[in-house]
Design a protein around this ligand. Sequence first.
Ligand code: OOG
Ligand code: MG
Length: 257
Amino acid sequence: MTAVSEFADKLLDAVKVRQGLAPLSDTMDLDEATALDVQQAVVQARVDAGFPIVGAKLGLTSKAKQQQMSVDRPLYGWLTSDMQIDVAVPVVCSDYIQPRVEPEIAFLLGRDLEGKTVTAAQVLAATEACFGAIDVLDSRYTGYKFTFNDVTADNASSAGFVLGGTAVDPYGLDLRLTGCVLEKNGELVHTAAGASVMGHPAAAVAWLVRKLAERGQGLQAGHVVMAGGMTEAVTVAPGDTVVARFAHLGTVEIPFR
Ligand code: OOG
Ligand code: MG
């Protein structure tokens, strides 16, 4: 068994038994290329199980998230169809190891995007609609303790995502100024603006496209792209309700059971 498939199996098993792991880098050398190979193997296992790729996610694109996780640069992962959660559907905490949520701006692509020179303007031109969204995270590492390469291997802690019910044409909208208010159980917990995500959420997506080009990959029409947490992530437990209110992009609410 190769190191890549061994690591991938550990991460897939953690999901099955809902039990966190020690970081892979504790016991083995894990470089970035290997971490991306592990990520690809984990995603391929979901695809093989009947859950196709429906998009991609960026992570650690804001200072708030980088400081919270002690990782100083952005990364990405893939979204598969089993991660889609519809608006207003309760999320069952026991389906996860240690769920957290964070507010994000999401892009639904109307055209394919690939190449080493893609810009934020090209991302906006290829976008069918933007949504206010909530990323439901679940690290497969106990206590979210990981290095950049560990969390890359773990498909950027992806577990679920909810797109709000308001699809908005980004033309004429300055997403840098899109404010977000995050509430948990009726209390304000965090605030941010779109610019918190690499200066502009579309710039974050453009970075992703250029990064994917290094491995000969790209994004396709119909893909959803989550631009990364605008604020710190918050932990959730049964009985909690989280609401993310966005300027222009509507409100997203998740009840947790
Ligand atoms: C890593 C996942 C990062 C984001 O938006 O920053 C992420 C983590 O915080 O576990 O999804
Ligand atoms: Mg996120």
